[in-house]
Design a protein around this ligand. Structure first.
Ligand code: AP5
Ligand code: ZN
Length: 215
């Protein structure tokens, strides 16, 4: 199945996407991860994008649409998980066109509902493994041994440049202004399902699995 995980920063999109990759062999397409990779490549585009991201603003539609276009030239085994894309109405339209042009469909859009107060705690406690990408949290998902990734054993654990309160405020504003209209857009197409993103990680995973099994 091809699905979109829709929700504000810190809703748990990346966390759940990684589980779906492991449990169902789906393919995660995170535009945030792709943009962070472009940043480490050191190109001019990468540098400009890094500045926009650090401020918590959205990158232009044509850049992210281009990134997705390169990845979905044909169907993927377990299906695609669109994580953090689309984030604007033009991106949603572009995705629809790219899928139909390549003979694919969108099976479900899963909105992860959370509230702003929880997001600050989620974002400011987050760190990730620089080697394998596993996502952790100081309180809700610490590593078993301090400073060591549970999955790959790396000591390269890092925090994102945009995971501070100022950038988060901007990211939330962008979400409500530009991304939340997608909820109505997909509802009208009868593709929207909502899950409680404030529940424990396992419960969220179960709710998503229930949507997928119906799709
Ligand atoms: P992106 O990388 O997509 O970030 P985001 O949308 O802000 O989402 P996050 O990665 O912050 O959160 P998440 O929902 O994945 O939460 P996570 O699972 O990590 O985008 C970054 C930037 O790139 C944007 O600001 C923009 O500049 C640019 N960009 C990207 N895509 C773009 C696009 N399409 N168009 C334009 N610009 C674009 O969880 C968060 C924390 O909570 C973790 O520590 C986790 O362990 C913990 N946690 C997760 N679930 C639970 C739970 N159920 N209970 C308790 N803790 C939990
Ligand atoms: Zn790791």
């Amino acid at each position: 199945a091809n699905i979109i995980l829709l929700g504000p920063p810190g809703a748990g999109k990346g966390t759940q996407a990684k589980r779906l990759v492991e449990e169902r062999g789906m393919v995660q397409l995170s535009t945030g991860d792709m943009l962070r990779e472009a940043k480490t490549s050191g190109t001019e585009m990468g540098k400009r994008v890094a500045e926009v991201m650090a401020r918590g603003e959205l990158v232009t539609d044509d850049i992210v649409i281009g990134l997705i276009e390169e990845k979905i030239t044909g169907p993927a085994g377990g299906g695609f998980i669109f994580d953090g894309f689309p984030r604007t109405l033009p991106q949603a339209d572009a995705l629809g066109q790219l899928l139909s042009r390549t003979g694919q469909v969108l099976d479900a859009v899963i909105e992860m509902q959370v509230d702003d107060a929880a997001l600050v705690a989620r974002i400011t406690g987050r760190f990730t493994c620089g080697q394998c990408g596993e996502v952790y949290h100081d309180v809700t998902k610490p590593t078993k041994a301090a400073g060591t990734c549970d999955v790959c054993g790396s000591h390269d654990l890092k925090r994102r440049a945009d995971d501070n309160e100022d950038a988060l405020k901007q990211r939330l504003m962008e979400y409500y202004k530009k991304t939340s209209p997608l909820i109505g857009y997909y509802y009208a197409k009868k593709q929207l399902s909502s899950v409680d993103g404030l529940a424990e990680m396992d419960a969220v995973a179960q709710a998503i699995a229930a949507v997928l099994d119906k799709a």
